[in-house]
Structure formats: structure tokens, C-alpha cells
Design a protein around this ligand. Structure first.
Ligand code: UDX
Length: 441
């Protein structure tokens, strides 16, 4: 089938590559000339395991193409996927400028029926806005043709995006028209094998489903972080509590890991956008505000632990920092806990020696060269001459380090662990002063 995808960012590129992988003829459109040039050469502008190989293989097979031309994009695909960014406005609501620009340009070049698929995370009611924007342009053109708008939210996790797309646990389709259900079913058939994963519903419910999923997951994390903070004051161990509650299948083990807060491109933005939607409809979404507030506070935990150890004034110290990305297997630093920590440390006159397996280039892009930031070649190098070690991202390679090296290299044998990677008992045995989240230390 012929598919056009607008936006070659995270969602667009993964969708494009995976749809091409199963044999579709995919054309990706982006306005960023630099990005398109890179992609035409098989270079991938983001870090996602396996994506480069999949893109390159499908380019070579002639199933995946890139262009700057919207006209070409509209001419190409029966399916017109909108996967452009919806950055948060100053007030937290999603900015639909790019989505509606794409919708208008589809209508501008359309010569017959198209199915327009909203893949970007967009507030409830966006499909109606897309339809209206397209109708206006068609009226201006005095051109009459049928088209459908479908909501098809994505549930990809960074770092596992290909697997999530190729083996989805559900494919949500929001539609008001049986014709589109059949077309979408056909397009997704290769991903819908062992049992029917297509969940078909009305458009608004599909749009809300995406926010509901992310807000629920963010709520689980903030709930555990709230409990972790209480456990600390109560002399309980949140890790034991986590196992104690996770064994109840109604609660489950997923997404109940306490830590120094969630980050990334989705949770912070989507919880805020849903809160904003609530405000617009005159509803006070108290739970969502609390989820957001707890997370904001949690990102300060590593700094608070440092103050707990060294006292309020940290000026002149050097902190070794392991982890910059908002989570493992990505170079994404959007809303990362590392940023809150580094920015606070710098304000206090503290130097940072950081290491991250993949996010250091991104860190330089964000912060440039600074006297109070050294990006180190290895995790061990980051320890050299530092006062203590702080961990904010749970990369696999940090799970079992050589604690003797850590002790030798650091001025003080102090670890502040924002992700609860080690056991307090083991740390005590090794003579390391260990601070974790919700573990009484
Ligand atoms: C998320 C959703 O999982 C995905 O379905 C959606 O499409 C996009 O948003 P992603 O942002 O890639 O995906 O990251 P995810 O793996 O969900 O982690 C989000 C954040 O929560 C990370 O900062 C992680 O460290 C944190 N987290 C996760 C916790 O603090 N505790 C947990 O138990 C789980």
C-alpha cells in the first residue's frame, strides 16, 4: 500500500521504517532540509536501537523514500500520516500549528480520496480541527473530494520503539466511518497476527486513550515516589513495599519503580496537556496536577541528598554524574532529571564530571562548552578527583560497577543513587555511604 508520512522525527521515522519493512511503499516528508539530506544518505538523526539498519535496508529495497515536497507526498499515498511535533505552548497546551499546516497542505494538493491519519499525540478534538482546516482549503480551491480523518495514536517507548511497532499490544483506531476501519485493518494486518489487536472506537475516545495511557503510567510513578518519600520518613524500605504490592496482579510490577522522577518527550508534556484540556472544559483535574507536582519535586531529590550529606553549601565541590539521558537506551535529554540536577549544581558553584553511554553529544548541543561541565570518555573517568558520585539514569552498565574503583577514585566514598540500583546492605559492607530513594538512607 502507498503511505505518506509527514514529520521524520521519532514517531514518523519509526512508523515509516516499520511500514516499509512489511512491504509498503512509504514516502516520508519533512520541511527540514538538513534532516532529509541525512536520511537520503541513510543517516538517522535520532538514536534508536535498530532503526538505522531498518531505514537503510528499506531505502536499499526502494520501499522507503524521503522528500521535502508536500505536493509529492500528497500525490503518493492513499494514507497520509501526520506525525509532526506538537510542542507544548507556554500554558502547557499542545501547539497544533504544525499539524494543521500539514492538514492544509494535504487539502491544497489533493486530487482525490485520501485517508488522513493523526499519529501525533494531539488533544481531544484535533481530528475535527484537521477536518475543518482541510474543508476550508478545499472550498477555497472550489475542489470537491471525499476524505476521512482517523486518530491512530502511537504507544512507542523510546529505546524499544521498533519492537513496540512491530509487535504492538494494541492498535487503537478512532474513526467515524467503517470504510476507514477496513483500510486501517488492511494496513495493519502484518502487525495484527496472533489475535486481533485492533481496538476500534470513536475519534474522541481514541484521542483521549493516548493521554489516558501516559497519564496513568505517570500517575503510577508519582504515586510510588510519593510513597518512597513517606517510607523514608517512616523508616520503611520502598523497594520491599514495591515487591509487596507488585505481586498483586491488579497492581502489577510495571512502572512502580521509585526514583528521581520521570522525564522524556511524553509524560511531562502529556500530563500537562491533559491538565490544560481539563481546565479548558471547566474541570479541575486535581490528580493530574498532583502527579505533575510530585514529579517536579522528585527531580530535586538527588540534590537534597547531596545537601543531606555535605550540608547546605556545596560550593567548590565536584560531582561525578552517571547518566544524562532521561532513561536508558536513548540519547534523549528532554525533561531529564540530569538537567534539573546539573542546573541546580551549577547555580551553587558545583562542577559536574558526567558520563553517559550515548547522550553526551546531546548534552553538548544543549549546554555547549562550560567550565563547570566535563564530559568524560568513560564512567570511571568521571570519578577521577570527584567528591562523590550521583546516578540519575539506570543504564545497564551502571548496575554492577567495580565499587573498589569507585572508592579509590572518589574523594569521599559517597554514592547518591536516584534509581535504586544497589542494595544498602551491600554498600554498607563495602564502606560506601549510600543514599537512595525511599530506602531509609
Ligand atoms: C512513554 C510511554 O511508555 C509510551 O507508551 C508512550 O508512547 C510515550 O511515553 P517513553 O517516554 O519512551 O515512553 O519512556 P518510558 O520508558 O515510559 O519512561 C518514562 C520515564 O519514566 C523515564 O524517565 C523513566 O526513568 C521513568 N520511570 C519509568 C520511572 O521513574 N519509574 C518507572 O517505574 C518507570
Amino acid at each position: 500500500m502507498k503511505v505518506t508520512i509527514y514529520g521524520s522525527g521519532y514517531v514518523g521515522l519509526v512508523t515509516g521504517a516499520c511500514l516499509a519493512q512489511v512491504g509498503n511503499d512509504v514516502l516520508c516528508v519533512d520541511v527540514d532540509e538538513r534532516k532529509i539530506t541525512m536520511l537520503l544518505n541513510g543517516e538517522i538523526p535520532i538514536h534508536e536501537p535498530g532503526l538505522d539498519k531498518m531505514v537503510q535496508a528499506n531505502i536499499a529495497a526502494g520501499r522507503l523514500k524521503f522528500t521535502l515536497s508536500a505536493a509529492e507526498g500528497v500525490a503518493h499515498g492513499l494514507f497520509q500520516f501526520i506525525a509532526v511535533g506538537t510542542p507544548p505552548d507556554e500554558d502547557g497546551s499542545a501547539d497544533l500549528r504544525y499539524v494543521l499546516t500539514v492538514a492544509r497542505s494535504i487539502a491544497q494538493h489533493m486530487d482525490g480520496y485520501r485517508i488522513v491519519v493523526d499519529k501525533s499525540t494531539v488533544p481531544v478534538g484535533t481530528a475535527d480541527k484537521v477536518r475543518t482546516a482541510m474543508q476550508e482549503v478545499l472550498e477555497q480551491r472550489a475542489f470537491n473530494t471525499e476524505f476521512d480523518v482517523v486518530s491512530n495514536p502511537e504507544f512507542l517507548k523510546e529505546g524499544a520503539a521498533l519492537d513496540d511497532f512491530m509487535k504492538p499490544d494494541r492498535i487503537v483506531i478512532g474513526t467515524d466511518n467503517p470504510r476507514t476501519t477496513e483500510l486501517m485493518r488492511e494496513l495493519y494486518a502484518p502487525f495484527n497476527r496472533s489475535h486481533d489487536r485492533l481496538v476500534v472506537m470513536d475519534i474522541r475516545s481514541a484521542e483521549l486513550t493516548k493521554y489516558a495511557a501516559n497519564a496513568m503510567l505517570a500517575t503510577k510513578i508519582s504515586f510510588m515516589n510519593e510513597l518512597a518519600n513517606m517510607a523514608e520518613l517512616l523508616g520503611a524500605d520502598i523497594e520491599k513495599v514495591r515487591i509487596g504490592i507488585g505481586s498483586d496482579p491488579r497492581i502489577g510490577y510495571h512502572f512502580i519503580y521509585p526514583g528521581c522522577g520521570y522525564g522524556g518527550s511524553c509524560f511531562p508534556k502529556d500530563v500537562q496537556a491533559l491538565e490544560r484540556t481539563a481546565r479548558e472544559i471547566g474541570y479541575n483535574a486535581k490528580l493530574l496536577s498532583a502527579v505533575e507536582a510530585v514529579n517536579y519535586r522528585q527531580k530535586d531529590k538527588p540534590f537534597e541528598k547531596l545537601q543531606k550529606h555535605y550540608g547546605a553549601n556545596l560550593e567548590g565541590k565536584t560531582v561525578a554524574l552517571w547518566g544524562l539521558a532521561f532513561k536508558p537506551n536513548t540519547d534523549d535529554m528532554r525533561e531529564a532529571s540530569s538537567r534539573t540536577l546539573m542546573e541546580t549544581l551549577w547555580e551553587q558553584g558545583v562542577k559536574v564530571q558526567a558520563f553517559d553511554p550515548v547522550a553526551m553529544e546531546e548534552c553538548t548541543r544543549l549546554y555547549g562548552q562550560r567550565d563547570d561541565l566535563t564530559l568524560c570518555k568513560t564512567a570511571d573517568d568521571a570519578l577521577d578527583g570527584a567528591d562523590c558520585l550521583v546516578i540519575v539514569t539506570e543504564w545497564q552498565q551502571f548496575r554492577s560497577p567495580n565499587f573498589d574503583t569507585i572508592k579509590t577514585k572518589l574523594k569521599d566514598p559517597v554514592i547518591v543513587d536516584g534509581r535504586n540500583l544497589y542494595s544498602p546492605e551491600q554498600m554498607a559492607k563495602k564502606g560506601i555511604t549510600y543514599y537512595a530513594i525511599g530506602r531509609g538512607c
